[in-house]
Design a protein around this ligand. Structure first.
Ligand code: SF4
Ligand code: SF4
Length: 449
């Protein structure tokens, strides 16, 4: 088997983002292999932990991926302040004689956004709604590298490393089977309050999980890298629960056209055509625009929004939400069948290096200063009796279950096979009996009867 075949068999998907199947990404030739260890959002600890703990495995996987891609340059991009991590990785590079460099980034958001990272490392801006590969780059998360290292040894992805931070006794790393209940992870970190809600991922782009029912149903997937525990009444939850109607109303009445949302937008900075202030300015007349061309000309910029949240969480002095407005407009563009032209060769704006959002100021704006700068030094293993394994933990089609209720599975055995097209294999994270199969996933019980 070649590398993409081994990676496909092991069910490796992007560990730090939306879960793009890695075998598809690796089935290419690229000048640059960039390994993303920048921990894009504040409070997340996972990439740092992996760099400190598994540097040799990461570098070995980087060598294999670079050889397969034919990469001329291989770098690990991470924040320059990650001294212990850089030291561990550089020691592994030396020991293995690997041609892998370190690219030190500033402490800003969104350093780990792959298009921002590509621009910082190579000076090239990817096309609008394009891929790093369009400018000769493959970007993979450092957690994905660790899973590639596992795939090289024939080990499928059945576990996940994640940090639990926020209102907990102290931040911790956990190593758990995929499908572990999120609340078991929270309990293992000893939450300091009872009335809490959660964010899965980072505070800017993570998924808020609010209410007992939603928290009970949430499980760890191959892409879960962090859980933030916050008081139920925290600003971030109040903001997430604002209805779209209020957001639209506020946008129409309170936008002062200061343009900060545009000037600080990371996609605007790498040269993409996106000016959220203009979308906000024209929102009042949106319901009356029926002509497709006029709609595209007025609101087409929204198609280039990557949902990073800088505009609403940091830039806007009026606490408006250009991101949510852009999400609404993108939905309208889809429903109306409007295709927006793409600039295939954008050029970064001259101001780019002065306009990125400093992480410490962002953290203060988000009301998270109490939790910033605390690090996870220990890692706990969890061994749950039962897991619920979703069939869709990746971008593309859900995997197709190959086991039936009542069948015994061994840890690492194939549970659901990648569907035709874009999809990924899913393996049993624990040994036990399949006790339930729903449209969404399978429950495995490892309890001895
Ligand atoms: S969320 Fe806001 S800042 Fe981010 S890409 Fe979209 S418009 Fe730009
Ligand atoms: S930053 Fe806020 S007030 Fe300024 S133009 Fe954008 S949406 Fe309007």
């Amino acid at each position: 088997m070649n590398l993409p075949e081994m990676v496909k068999a092991a069910g490796v998907v992007g560990a730090g983002g939306a879960g793009f199947p890695t075998h598809v990404k690796l089935d290419a030739k690229a000048e640059w292999l960039i390994i993303n260890a920048a921990e894009c959002e504040p409070l997340i600890e996972t990439d740092k932990y992996l760099c400190r703990t598994y540097p040799k495995e990461i570098i070995k996987a980087a060598q294999a991926a670079a050889a397969h891609l034919g990469a001329v340059h291989t770098v690990i991009a991470l924040k320059g302040k990650y001294e212990a991590e850089i030291k561990a990785l550089e020691a592994a590079v030396e020991q293995l004689g690997a041609a892998v460099g370190m690219f030190r980034m500033g402490t800003f958001y969104p350093a780990g956004d792959e298009q921002t990272m590509v621009q910082q490392v190579t000076g090239r801006s990817a096309p609008e709604r394009g891929l790093p590969l369009d400018v000769g780059c493959v970007v993979d998360n450092v957690g994905t590298m660790l899973n590639i290292a596992g795939a090289l040894d024939g080990n499928p992805v059945v576990d996940k490393f994640l940090s639990v931070v926020g209102e907990v006794e102290e931040p911790v790393m956990l190593h758990v089977p995929v499908g572990t209940a999120i609340l078991d992870c929270v309990k293992a970190a000893n939450p300091r309050l009872s009335d809490y809600a959660l964010i899965l991922g980072g505070p800017m782009m993570g998924k808020p999980v609010i209410g007992q029912e939603a928290m009970d149903a949430a499980v760890v997937t191959k892409t879960t890298g962090n859980i933030i525990v916050l008081p139920r009444g925290h600003y971030l939850f109040r903001r997430a629960e604002l209805p779209l109607a209020s957001i639209r109303h506020q946008a129409k009445s309170a936008c002062i056209q200061c343009r900060m949302c545009t000037d600080l937008c990371p996609r605007y900075l790498i040269g993409h055509q996106i000016r959220p202030n203009l979308v906000m300015r024209n929102l009042w007349r949106e319901p009356g625009i029926t002509d497709i061309e006029e709609y595209a000309n007025t609101f087409g910029d929204a198609a280039n929004c990557c949902d990073c949240g800088v505009c609403e969480m940091f830039a806007c002095p009026m606490s408006l939400s250009p991101r949510r407005v852009n999400q609404y407009i993108k939905q309208q563009l889809r429903e109306r069948g409007i295709q927006i032209l793409k600039n295939a060769a954008p050029k970064a704006r001259p101001s780019i290096d002065q306009r990125y959002t400093p992480t410490d100021r962002l953290v203060a704006r988000l009301g998270l200063s109490d939790y910033y700068g605390l690090h996870a030094h220990t890692c706990k293993e969890l061994h749950p009796d039962t897991v619920f394994v979703p069939f869709s933990q990746h971008i593309g089609k859900p995997a197709q279950v190959v086991k039936a209720v009542g069948e015994r599975v061994e840890r690492g055995e194939l549970l659901a096979q990648a569907a035709a097209g874009l999809s990924a294999n899913i393996h049993a994270p624990i040994s036990g009996v399949v006790v339930e199969i729903t449209g969404k996933g399978a429950r495995i019980s490892g309890r001895e009867e």
